[in-house]
Design a protein around this ligand. Sequence first.
Ligand SMILES: Nc1ncnc2c1ncn2[C@@H]1O[C@H](COP(=O)(O)OP(=O)(O)OP(=O)(O)O)[C@@H](O)[C@H]1O
Length: 449
Amino acid sequence: MISTMFDSSKPVLSAVASIMLMQTVANELIPRELLNFVQSGLSHLFCQSPTRFTVVVEEFQGMRRNHVFEAAEAYLGTKATVSVERVKAGKSEDHKKLEFNIDRNEEVSDVFEGISVKWKLICIQVDKSRIRSYSDDSSAVSEIRSYELTFHKKHKNKIFDSYLPYVIEIANQMKQGNMAIKIRSNNEYDDYEYKYVWNHEPVKFNHPMSFNTLAIDEGLQRDIMNDLDKFVSAREFYRRTGKAWKRGYLLYGPPGTGKSSLIAAMANYLNYDIYDLDLTNVEDNKSLKQLILDIPNRSILVIEDIDCNINLQNREEEKEVNGDNKVTLSGLLNAVDGLWSCCGEEHIIVFTTNHKDRLDPALLRPGRMDKHIHLSYCNFSAFKKLVINYLCITEHELFEKIEQLLGQVQVTPAEIAEELTKDCDATECLQDLIESLQAKKMIKEEMIE
Ligand SMILES: Nc1ncnc2c1ncn2[C@@H]1O[C@H](COP(=O)(O)OP(=O)(O)OP(=O)(O)O)[C@@H](O)[C@H]1O
C-alpha cells in the first residue's frame, strides 16, 4: 500500500525535487537583486487585477532623494501606528517628536474623499557596493526602496491631482511642526563677499516663553493669537487679493515689558525660525535686500530697537546722514514692502522700539506695520500670570494689597519677575514686592510735590 502510494506520487515528488534543484541553482547563479526583481514582477503578473492601477514611487531619482518618497514616508508614518502590526520608530536630535515608519513589505490602507488606496513599501536587496551610487552614506542600507500606491483605475486623475499633492502638503506641515526652532543672525563675515551673512550653523532656539507663560493683558493676548491664527490660514486670502503673504508687527513699550519675550512666544506658537537682523552689520541697501531674500518661508524677521540701530527718522535727510553706502530708511521700506519682498511666503516682520514717537511715519503706516502692539507696565492680570509662573500659586492674602499698588505705580513685568525670584518662600517674595512697590509710590509722590 505504502509502496503503491509512493509509486503514484513519484512524478509529483520528482517535479518538486526538480523545482527545488532549479531554485538552488538559481539562488547560486543569479544575482539576488535580479531574483527579487523577477519574483516581484511575477507576483504582480498573477496578482494584479485589471481594474487596479499602481504608481511606483522610488526613493531616489538619479542621485537625489525623491521628495514624493520622503513625503509618503512621513505621511504613512502617521497611518502606520493605526493600521499595521509592526512599525519602525526613531527620532533625531533636530526633531521634537518620535517618528514612525512602516516596515518593509508592510501594507497600509488609506481613504481619501471616499477612495480607498493601498500603500506598500517594497525593498529589494542589492549588493552594498552598488548602493554608493545612490547615497554617500557608507552605512546605507543595502536595498533599493520604493512605495507602491495601488487604487482603482477610474480614480487615476483624482489621485494624481488631489491625493498625492495632499500627501505632500500634510508631510510638509508635519515636518515643519516637528522641526526644532532655529535662530540665525547676520553676524558671520563672508571673506569672499566682504559682507555679513546669516550664520550658516543656526542655533537651536530654546527659549521657553509661550503664550501660557507670557504675562500680558488677557484681551491683548487673545487678540495677538487670533491675528496669528488668521495670518497662517490666509494663503487663499493673500492670493485672491494679490497681496504678499507677510505681516508686520511693531512692538513698542518701555524696556522690560516683554517685547523680546513676545517674539519668542510667537515663534514657539507658530513654529517659525527667527532671523534676527542686526542693522549695524548691514553694509548697504543691496546687502539688506540680499539678506531678506535669503530668508526662507515661515520665518520671523526681527529688527530690535529700530530707533537706536540706525538713523531712520527722516527720509529727506537720509542721504546726508547715512551717505550712499549705508542702509537708508527707503532701503528698509523697500525691504519690507517693495516688489521683491513678495518673493517669500509666510513672513512675519517684527520691529521693536522703546520710542515709537521717534520713528518716521512712513515706517508706521498700515501695510508696512500691520499691527502696532503696545506692551506696557504690569497690571493685575499680568501679575497673576507671573505669580503662577514663578511661585506656582493662584491665590494669596497679599494679592489685594498688590492689586491696589499696581493701580498706583508703574512697574514692568521684568521688575516683578526679579522680586519673585529673590526668595523660595511665596509670602516673603510678595512682602518684598509690596515694599518695592511702596518705595516706588513714595518716590512718585515726592516728585509730584
Ligand atoms: N510680559 C512678560 N511676561 C513674562 N516675563 C516677562 C515679561 N516681560 C518681561 N519679562 C521678563 O523680563 C525679562 C526681560 O524682558 P524682555 O527682554 O522680553 O523685555 P523687552 O521689552 O524686550 O526689553 P528691552 O526693551 O530692554 O529689549 C524676560 O526675560 C522675562 O523674564
